[in-house]
Design a protein around this ligand. Structure first.
Ligand code: HEC
Length: 482
């Protein structure tokens, strides 16, 4: 028979033991050999008392239903054994935590729930004697079971991956335990034109899978992966990262080892493994130069990486002017420009950017008719119009122009000095004009150009060669095969 005295001293003893465990096992210390042996038995130490507590719960329910007359002593024995088993599980679990690479915040919560279950078991025995009101006893059991289920779920999530326990659970249970959709939460992919590959993709992999052992609190092999500085300053026997060469980077070779290799990172027994996609993303980052600043939208993304990132929620990357936040054009200004005979159309149905074609009416975009439309004009077609070089000064007021067609006009290009500050200009067509070598310098000053048409103009092969050297990325078409 468990007595009231025993219940009291059990509660005092368990409380003292819990305090000692909490204070004496530091989460960041290094477990000794025999502690490691004991630690690996944590799952067994957890599940046995759990079963015994469940037995106590069943007896309590049977008693509440009056199907059982006097189960109190049995229930109390179950709770006492549960509290002692809890102490053992906490000790083993705390050492296992030292070895493992599980996320410290989840680990801490899991641990606190373990402490709660253990303490509550001892408290409940005491309550049985001190104030055995059904409401108090049943409420206590409710809280105990909640702590047990949530704590167990966290434990399962850490060892087997988020959502392991609830994967096949009914939707309600999943909502209560609050497992978000892991695919869309993992990386920061919503603003690829503002987020760097490092911040959005690489740092989350390190913080989820590496920094519990290689971070601020712990630095196994003096390696810390929690910040830009710590990564760039790592001094090991072999280089951690060789920019552009994943195969020579220790960071990559250690995560690409075959299953079971003793140098494999993360260590297979104590940490969540990297997924195949994680490994591919890290290789990609190093191959692209391991930059900490390069934006997702600005680096080359090979097809297999596109596939991975799309699965994690990356949508089409908006580049150039399409990444800008530009309001819709004023409809009165559009109507006024149309009155000059120009055709004015949005690039796509809801785009703030316009395509403007002047036809033979060269004056269609003189400063006045343009009104407030300057920032909206992306494509400007002045082909076969009577536009002159002096008219071209207004091009400097079209900061978002990407395509300019001047083919079949009488210009010699002197007026193109106005385009040198345009940041988005990609395409210039000067086919069938008097364009001269002298004016090519204006084109050479626009590094964003990707296509230039100079067929049937006054430029010489030497002039074209110089232009090619100045803007090597651009395709320069002179009508000759080259
Ligand atoms: C459970 C703890 C743990 C986790 C998690 C972990 N490591 Fe390690 N790592 C170690 C230990 C211990 C060493 C030192 C022993 C060794 O070299 O195997 C080490 C060594 C390394 C080294 C060698 C450093 C050098 O200069 O010698 C690299 C590189 C490395 N880890 C990368 C990673 C990466 C990348 C991750 C995440 C994907 C990771 N580790 C996750 C424990 C861990």
């Amino acid at each position: 028979m468990i007595s009231a005295r025993f219940a009291k001293w059990n509660l005092i003893g368990v409380s003292i033991a819990l305090t000692i465990l909490f204070l004496s096992i530091s989460p960041t210390a290094e477990a000794s050999e025999w502690q490691r042996f004991f630690a690996r038995l944590h799952p067994a130490y957890v599940h046995v008392p759990m079963g015994i507590l469940l037995f106590g719960l069943i007896l309590t329910i049977l008693k509440a239903l009056r199907w059982l007359k006097d189960g109190d002593n049995m229930i109390n024995i179950a709770l006492v054994v549960g509290s002692w088993g809890g102490l053992q599980a906490i000790a083993a679990g705390s050492w296992l935590g030292q070895l493992s690479g599980y996320p410290p915040d989840v680990l801490f919560l899991h641990k606190m729930l373990g402490y709660s279950v253990t303490l509550l078991s001892a408290v409940l025995v005491y309550v049985h004697f001190k104030s055995p009101k059904p409401a108090l006893v049943h409420g206590g059991w409710g809280i105990l079971m909640l702590a047990l289920v949530v704590g167990g779920d966290l434990g399962g999530s850490m060892t087997h991956g988020e959502g392991f326990v609830t994967e096949y659970a009914p939707a309600i249970a999943r909502d209560i335990l609050g497992h978000p959709d892991p695919m869309n939460e993992r990386f920061e992919l919503s603003t690829p034109t503002l987020t760097s590959v490092y911040d959005g993709i690489i740092a989350p992999i390190f913080s989820q899978k590496c920094t519990s052992c290689h971070g601020e609190d712990r630095d196994r092999n003096r390696l810390r992966l929690h910040s830009r500085e710590s990564i760039s300053n790592h001094k090991g026997d072999e280089p951690l990262i060789v920019e552009g060469h994943p195969e020579e980077s220790l960071l990559i070779t250690r995560i690409s080892l075959p299953e079971g290799h003793e140098d494999q990172m993360p260590p297979p027994l104590n940490a969540r493994p990297l997924s195949h996609a994680d490994v591919e993303l890290l290789i990609w980052w190093v191959a692209e130069g391991a930059s900490f600043d390069a934006l997702i939208a600005d680096v080359a993304i090979p097809p297999h990486i596109v596939t991975i990132l799309e699965a994690y929620g990356l949508s089409e990357i908006r580049r150039g002017i399409f990444a800008l936040d530009v309001s819709l054009p004023d409809s009165n200004a559009v109507a006024a420009l149309r009155l000059t005979g120009a055709s004015v159309d949005p690039l796509t149905s809801d785009s703030p950017f316009l395509s403007v074609r002047c036809g033979s009416n060269a004056k269609c975009f003189s400063g006045d008719e343009l009104g407030t439309l300057g920032p909206h004009i992306a494509w400007l077609d002045l082909s076969a119009s009577t536009v002159s070089d002096s008219d071209l000064a207004v091009l400097g007021e079209l900061p978002h122009m990407t395509r300019l067609d001047l083919s079949g006009t009488g210009i010699d290009g002197a007026g193109l000095s106005s385009i040198t500050d345009l940041e988005f200009l990609e395409y210039v067509n000067l086919y069938d004009t008097r364009m001269s070598d002298d004016a090519l310098e204006h084109l050479a000053a626009v590094p964003t150009l990707t296509a230039v048409y100079l067929w049937q103009t006054a430029v010489t092969p030497e002039g074209v060669l110089e232009l090619r050297n100045a803007i090597p990325e651009a395709r320069i078409n002179t009508g000759e095969t080259n």
